[in-house]
Design a protein around this ligand. Structure first.
Ligand SMILES: [Zn+2]
Length: 177
């Protein structure tokens, strides 16, 4: 890991003002090894959960499926189809849904490729990113949702890529596309 100098995430965010259970003003107190926002009345402890992203690496006829990002972070750069995991949703279901929303294409999950960790930077990106290999099974290419372009690219003719996870996934494809 080369992230030792990264600023640690704020475990006691000031925007948590009131207890969501009883509306008493929260206070900051150490809980185990970290400072947390805690309710002095009912004992509620606010835990800051990581943002989890999921994405699919789809290769069809030697070309990789990419979308151009219409939103921050990394707006205007290209990434694999991806989105945030919703509460209570299977990450494989999220990955298939995001691919459909961003590209109009239907894919099926083949297997897990990797799980990436990026320290929170305040840019709004995912801190945990689950990457699946997936196969194109249908649909018509049509960008949507957070993407304003979508297409298949040869590995020797890639556009400017967003996110270390996308660059790493494509680098690993190497000559095995
Ligand atoms: Zn409370």
């Amino acid at each position: 890991m080369d992230n030792a100098s990264a600023r640690p995430p704020n475990s006691a965010p000031a925007f948590m003002v009131y207890c969501p259970r009883c509306a008493t003003p929260l206070v900051t107190r150490p809980v185990s090894d970290k400072l947390r926002r805690v309710c002095p009345a009912c004992g509620y402890i606010h835990f800051t959960d990581p943002k989890v992203g999921v994405g699919v690496l789809v290769v069809h006829e030697g070309r990789v499926l990419l979308v151009r990002r219409a939103v921050r972070p990394e707006i205007g750069k290209w990434s694999i189809p991806a989105g945030f995991l919703d509460q209570g949703e299977d990450p494989q279901v999220t990955a298939v849904r995001e691919a459909q929303e961003e590209t109009g294409l239907q894919v099926t999950i083949d297997h897990l490729l990797d799980v990436y960790y990026t320290p929170p930077s305040g840019s709004g990106g995912a801190s945990v990113f689950i990457l699946y290999r997936a196969t194109l099974v249908g649909g018509q290419l049509r960008p949507g949702d957070d993407a304003d372009e979508a297409g298949f690219f040869r590995l020797d003719n890639l556009p400017e890529l967003a996110f270390a996870s996308t660059r790493d996934a494509i680098r690993r494809l190497g000559g095995n596309a």
